[in-house]
Design a protein around this ligand. Structure first.
Ligand code: HDE
Length: 686
């Protein structure tokens, strides 16, 4: 009897079945459209009997589930993305015929995916790593994918070294750890043997390797590309993204703790900002130069381990990108997005950079293995938004249904009144003639041979605090290297890069500083570039930043609300924290918190405020979560807004007065900074 009832409820009544027949999209069906009446039970022989092979509903559902995963990206597996648009703000028809740069105010839809490089798809967001910054522009003359990184140079010069680099950095082959970390033997073994990696290495070991937010990173096309105008005139170009929120990074200890506090720190931050309507925005800039300038530089513009300082070739901002819509579905969009450096449009072209040339092959190839079909371009996130047509046909998962017989070109079917299909256009993409001659050689150009001058320039461009972070990061990572000969060889490499850096790392490792290696080419001293430093370009703002207010029983609600208003007036956001979330008696009644203290450590926020009674502060001083909340904020060089009443907690957390420890009124301003001067007091830096 009971069974019969269940059957009836699940089965629904005839009225429901009629709705389905009318095409009600809320109706659950099989993949082939047959309406389901029961999504709870498989088909059995008797209520406790064996499941029947006949159960096409069960089989289809489990079959599909079994195949839900696709191979993750071999690199950049962990990523987060958003939709948005690119707007041209300063047209450059004199430089490029690309349609997206043609008119002021012209908008082109984009899909942008940020990523870490080394970790798997489920790994953490805040390891020390390069970040991917891949932008797909759906232009009206085809998709242009600018597959960039947040660091303007790359580890290697020739594509043939990429598998070695990636094998070395990813988890070690036998033990499958460490995940998403470069602090291990094989990475540093490879690096120490390949001095061309040193420039990108020093960037990755700097604060650039641990961004605070995906919204606060610069992006770089890395390679030198070409712009081509309507007359066919070519210029060299490097592409840059500049975040409107300014650049900001984490402290290493903060980023390590964040890996426990919130695996998804960057993903959540991007998602929530867009949901709130705080749309992340970047300026898009070009560095344009000609062959003459390229020839005058002491390095080769085709070498992806070199950058051109903006003091040498200034940036020209020509547009902006705004990300204003989260994906509807992570898998369908973010995971299936296939970026290809070979996706370019008329007006943009490649150079002979051997790394870029290798990439042109690799990305197309990888999509076939990841997405399983040569028709991956038909997946909605990858499909061009302008019309596209050619004579390519069939293949696995073909979703287009071309009409007629014209699947070859040229044809004269039009003469018989049939549709002849698409034909090449004289205004289509043209590769400009370029003289190419010379013997076939498997060599590295001598002009690529200076591995030390630019990393030295980077070191010389940093503030003292940034230099200390680099040296300390290297000490941290090399301390995790168990092979002593690797550490030693690395020190010999650093010794050529810069003696001060090498000495500091050697001291941090308690090792003798070995002799420098004999460099292939002697480094030269290049002018430092302030534009390379995050701290020198710091943007004092609360925009995009989040301040945590800790309150407890008896707290002054009016003060909390006033502080909240003051922070929000500066376009910051506030997150309230209390020992319990559901409601706590405060001066004005009961107040709910956004987060519970134990689950909301201060690493998640840019600054903290303590609005506590003396009694609550004394009680919280006995709670490890409260003490580390305050101690970490102090150690991570953040502003702390407080009142006299919180003294017991501040003392227990070891907070010493400085400019960053302020009264509540001073917090909105104080929170715009990090207190680098505090660092030597809280941490032993190399
Ligand atoms: Fe990539 N890279 N890469 N890379 N790369 C991939 O393509 C590769 C390089 C970058 O969000 C893969 O679709 C080779 C430089 C980003 O989906 C793969 C070489 C730069 C992303 C691949 C490089 C990048 C990738 C893996 C040396 C900065 C993520 C999955 C010749 C300019 C894109 C995929 C996304 C992804 C190969 C070097 C950036 C295997 C062979 C230099 C941002 O094709």
């Amino acid at each position: 009897m009971a069974d019969e009832k269940l059957y009836e409820t699940k089965q629904g009544n005839g009225g429901e079945r009629q709705q389905i027949a009318r095409g009600d999209t809320s109706a659950m069906t099989t993949n082939f459209g047959a309406p389901l009446s029961d999504n709870e039970n498989s088909l059995k022989a008797g209520d406790r009997g064996p499941t029947l092979l006949e159960d096409f509903i069960l089989r289809e559902k489990i079959f599909h589930f079994d195949h839900e995963r696709i191979p993750e990206r071999i690199v950049h597996a962990r990523g987060s993305a958003a939709h948005g648009y690119f707007e041209c703000t300063d047209p450059i028809p004199e430089l490029s015929r690309a349609s997206l740069f043609a008119e002021k105010g012209k908008k082109t839809p984009v899909f942008t995916r940020f990523s870490t490089v080394a970790g798997g798809a489920g790994s953490v967001d805040t390891p020390r790593d390069v970040r991917g910054f891949a932008v797909k522009f759906y232009t009206d003359e085809g998709n242009w994918d600018l597959v960039s990184n947040n660091i303007p140079v790359f580890f290697i010069q020739d594509a043939i070294k990429f598998p070695d680099l990636i094998h070395a950095v990813k988890m070690e082959a036998d033990r499958a750890y460490p995940q998403a970390a470069s602090a291990h033997d094989t990475f540093w073994d490879f690096i120490s043997l390949m001095p061309e990696t040193l420039h990108t290495l020093i960037w990755a070991m700097s604060d650039r390797g641990i961004p605070r937010s995906l919204r606060m990173m610069e992006g770089f096309g890395v390679h030198t590309f070409k712009l081509v105008n309507a007359e066919g005139k070519e210029s060299f170009v490097k592409f840059h993204w500049r975040p409107k929120l300014g650049m900001q990074s984490l402290i290493w200890d903060e980023s390590a703790k964040l890996q426990g506090a919130d695996n998804d720190y960057h993903r959540r931050d991007l998602w929530e900002a867009i949901t709130r309507g705080d749309f992340p925005e970047w300026d898009f800039a070009v560095q344009v130069f000609d062959q003459e300038l390229a020839d005058s530089l002491p390095y080769d513009v085709l070498d992806a381990t070199k950058l051109i300082p903006e003091e040498v070739v200034p940036l020209r901002v020509i547009g902006r990108m705004v990300l204003d819509r989260n994906p509807d579905n992570f898998f369908a969009e973010t995971e299936q997005a296939a970026f290809l450096p070979s996706n370019i449009v008329p007006g943009i072209d490649f150079t002979d950079d051997p790394l870029l040339q290798g990439r042109l092959f690799s990305y197309l190839d990888t999509q076939k293995s990841r997405l399983g079909t040569a028709n991956f371009h038909q997946i909605p996130i990858n499909a061009a938004k302008c019309p596209f047509a050619n004579m390519q046909r069939d293949g696995m998962m073909q979703t287009h249904v071309p009409r007629g017989r014209a699947n070859y070109e040229p044809n004269s079917l039009d003469e018989a009144g049939e549709d002849p299909g698409p034909r090449p256009l004289s205004t289509g993409f043209v590769t400009r003639p370029q003289e190419v001659s010379g013997p076939k050689l498997r060599v590295r150009a001598e002009s690529f041979g200076d591995f030390y001058s630019q990393p030295r320039m980077y070191w010389n461009s940093m503030t003292a605090s940034e230099q200390a972070h680099i040296a300390s990061a290297m000490v941290f990572e090399l301390s995790k290297v168990s092979l002593e000969h690797v550490r030693k060889r690395m020190l010999s490499q650093l010794h050529v890069l810069h003696e001060d850096l090498a000495k500091r790392v050697a001291t941090g490792l308690a090792m003798e500083l070995p002799d420098p290696v004999a460099p292939f080419q002697q480094p030269i001293d290049l002018e430092p570039s302030d534009a390379l430093s995050i701290q020198k370009k710091w943007r004092e703002t609360l925009e995009g930043r989040q301040v945590a207010i800790l309150f407890a029983e008896g707290s002054d609600q009016a003060r909390i609300e006033a502080l909240k208003r003051a922070i929000e007036a500066e376009r910051g956001t506030v997150f309230t924290i209390a020992p319990k979330v559901g409601g706590i008696p405060v001066s004005g009644g009961m107040m709910k918190a956004d987060g519970q203290l134990a689950g909301s450590p201060s690493v998640l926020f840019d600054a903290i405020a303590l609005v506590l009674t003396a009694e609550a502060a004394t009680k919280l001083a006995q709670d490890a979560a409260a003490v580390s909340f305050v101690a970490d904020a102090f150690a991570h060089l953040k502003a702390i807004g407080t009142t006299e009443e919180a003294k017991a907690l501040l003392d227990k957390a070891g907070v010493q007065p400085d400019q960053g420890v302020t009264d509540l009124d001073g917090l909105p301003d104080a929170a715009k900074l990090r207190y680098w001067d505090r660092e030597p007091k809280v941490r032993d830096l190399a």
